[in-house]
Design a protein around this ligand. Structure first.
Ligand code: CUO
Length: 682
């Protein structure tokens, strides 16, 4: 159902011997049935497995069909949200998997391919009888949202001329969207990373802000919206420091020209269009587009923003009946997350609006705000592509700042909420084979991904694209913890990494530095009396998922061999492991590694997580479970410092420790098999 989204599924007969659906004559599929030559070319007659589709009553598809098949699709557009909600409801409403398959077959050629992919992905993730099925990473079916558009004509050529075994991987250059004249281009390897963009798409798939209420209403989803995006901004800032750029500035004045341009060079295979660019110094405008049934003014956004600030400073929001609800220390951020995004859980959408989503759209439509040029939104208008554009980070730096305004109203953590009686962290170090102690080592690595599931109407077999991404040498943490009591203690180890100096190279105040700490890992340990030596492999990080899971197709017939890879499973949400550590610098970028052991009694959630995918729980939670850490997300860095704390050193209690570390970028590039091919520094 997912593969080759523009190619019809072949569906001549149902199990009763009749064509399962009354297919309108303008549908491509119907025309193909007439032309058996084309059908054979699609391979239907040679398929190993045939799936019988039952006759099924076609539901009312008028809402999903309000989006044309050749249009781009964005959840940020309310009309598109309604279409998606309806289609998700239809898929969720099927009594069993057979009916779901039949319904998908009926809908697939009738609705927009992006919409179909989204609605089916959400439905599979949330139906009890399909939740263990893998949802293919979007890259496989819509590679056009992730890589240089220039590659597709080459891919077609390669697959037309050569058979699967003799095809060469197509190299995607690292610098195809801009040149170094644009200083923002220094961050392209981060913004355009395949794994990062897939993570962001998958996160929004797991935490939709719209749709049937039971799938939106997940534990602490508003807070996680805040935290996951806060961590993206912290990571981006750290990455900027490594590239000698200052922190990203908040997009505060929406009437000023926007200096950052972006030319994505992505083709939309479905819409047969290139994605619109934004030139430098573009101006935002009020949006009024009949085609999208979309009308939003910059002033709307300004009012929503001001009302949110007012609620934050008053400490409570106004409910539709006029009563007030307090923004409490634990629950306030969750409410604000839902208000800001806005999700359908926002308690008062009339008053607080839809600020974050509409911001994405006003930015994404600045080139054609009234649709006079019949253009659609740019990359910032789609969660699968938004992180490519530098403006994403400026917008989300603003969004985060609103959350931080709320956090600043909460009481700082006093010493008694930070310490763990009897527990002392004695030492921390980072070790990796062939690397000096307390150093992270980064380099470029090439890998292949299969494009063939997303390219329609080509001869079968894999077509590989070869891309270059950041990677680091695998490492371990060694942590020595003293338990001064005479009984076993359970602790949560929290590991963060932050820059030692600011963009000018000078020391930072804790109040600023805390916002730049990126979470690397979080795990539970049992501490015996006296000395405990804890060793933890970075591969087990609670933030990331393994490389193989981000790109599951690497397991199949990779042209150049490589490691044998574990089977892809369901849990595709998670920061890509190859981006765990920022790029660093050739001379070694100075950082501080922060380790804290907190009292598990104050952290724990009583639930069984047996058999659940929990390995990127810090950013993605655990499916159908409560968020597995009772503390406010971001603890202990989510509050302003207590009185008397100016620096990180002042902040430390005995159960915390800071170790100076460096991130050294070697300049090497390794090929798919792991052999060094070049070194840009020598
Ligand atoms: Cu993830 Cu703005 O929320 O893109």
């Amino acid at each position: 159902m997912f593969d080759r989204p523009q190619e019809p599924i072949f569906m001549p007969k149902g199990d009763d011997g009749n064509v399962a659906f009354d297919v309108p004559s303008d549908l491509l599929e119907n025309r193909i049935q007439v032309d058996m030559g084309i059908v054979d070319r699609l391979g239907a007659s040679q398929a190993d497995e045939h799936i019988t589709v039952r006759s099924i009553a076609l539901p009312d598809l008028s809402i999903p069909q309000s989006i044309a098949r050749d249009q781009n699709f964005s959840l940020f557009i309310p009309l598109h949200r309604r279409a998606a909600t309806r289609l998700i409801e239809i898929f969720l409403g099927m009594r069993n998997v057979d009916d779901l398959v039949s319904m998908c077959a009926a809908c697939r050629e009738r609705v927009n391919p992006y919409l179909f992919n989204y609605a089916l992905s959400v439905a599979l993730l949330h139906r009890p009888d399909t939740r263990n099925l893998p949802v293919p990473p979007l890259f496989e079916n819509f590679p056009d949202k992730f890589v240089d558009g220039a590659i597709f004509s080459k891919a077609r050529q390669e697959s037309e001329i050569f058979t699967a075994g003799s095809r060469q991987p197509l190299e995607i250059p690292m610098d195809y969207t801009a040149s170094d004249l644009d200083i923002e281009h220094r961050l392209a390897y981060f913004r355009e990373d395949l794994g990062i963009n897939l993570h962001h798409w998958h996160w929004h798939l797991v935490y939709p802000f719209n749709g049937p209420r039971n799938i939106v209403d997940k534990n602490r989803r508003g807070e996680l919206f805040y935290y996951m995006h806060q961590q993206i901004i912290a990571r981006y800032n750290l990455e900027r420091f490594c590239n000698k750029l200052a922190r990203v500035t908040r997009l505060l004045n929406w009437r000023d020209p926007i200096p950052e341009g972006y030319f994505p060079k992505l083709d939309s295979l479905v819409a047969s269009r290139v994605w619109p660019p934004r030139h430098a110094n573009a101006l935002l405008s009020d949006v009024n587009r009949e085609v999208d049934q979309l009308k939003v003014d910059i002033q709307d956004c300004e009012r929503w923003r001001d009302r949110m600030y007012e609620a934050i400073h008053l400490g409570s929001i106004v409910l539709p009946n006029g009563n007030r609800q307090n923004l409490t220390e634990d629950g306030g951020i969750d409410i604000l997350g839902n208000i800001m995004e806005a999700s359908i859980l926002s308690p008062n959408m009339n008053l607080y609006g839809d600020l974050h989503n509409m911001g994405h759209l006003i930015l994404g439509l600045c080139h054609d705000p009234d649709a006079r040029n019949l253009e659609t939104f740019s990359t910032i208008g789609d969660p699968a592509t938004a992180m490519r554009d530098p403006i994403f980070y400026r917008w989300h730096a603003f969004v985060d700042d609103v959350f931080q305004e709320h956090k600043a109203t909460l009481p700082p953590y006093e010493v008694n909420r930070l310490t763990y009686n009897g527990i002392t962290v004695k030492s921390v170090e980072v070790v990796a084979d062939g690397v000096p102690r307390n150093e992270f080592r980064t380099f470029w690595k090439k890998d292949d991904v299969d494009l063939s599931r997303g390219i329609d109407f080509t001869p079968r077999g894999n077509v590989f694209a070869r891309f270059t991404h950041l990677q680091h040498t695998n490492f371990k943490y060694r942590i020595q913890v003293e338990n001064g009591t005479n009984s076993d203690k359970i602790g949560t180890v929290r590991i963060f990494l932050g820059p030692k100096f600011d963009e000018r190279g000078v020391n930072m105040l804790f109040r600023d530095q805390r916002l730049l700490f990126i979470e690397l890992d979080k795990f539970t340990v049992t501490l015996k009396p006296k000395t405990n030596n804890i060793e933890r492999n970075a591969n087990d990080s609670s933030v990331t998922i393994p490389f193989e899971r981000t790109f599951r197709d690497l397991q199949t017939s990779r042209p150049s061999g490589g490691t044998s890879l574990e089977q892809f499973n369901f849990c595709g949400c998670g920061w890509p492991h190859h981006m765990l550590i920022p790029k660093g610098t050739p001379e070694g970028f100075p950082c501080e590694l922060f380790v804290m052991v907190s009292n598990f009694d104050d952290d724990k959630i009583n639930q069984s997580i047996e058999g659940q995918c929990a390995d990127a729980a810090s950013f993605c939670g655990i499916r159908d479970k409560l968020y597995p850490d009772k503390r406010n997300m971001g603890y202990p860095f989510d509050r302003m410092p207590r009185n008397g704390v100016n620096t990180l050193q002042d902040f430390l209690t005995p159960n915390m420790r800071v170790q100076d570390v460096k991130i050294r970028f070697t300049g090497q590039t390794f090929d798919v098999q792991g052999a060094e091919i070049t070194n840009s520094l020598t």
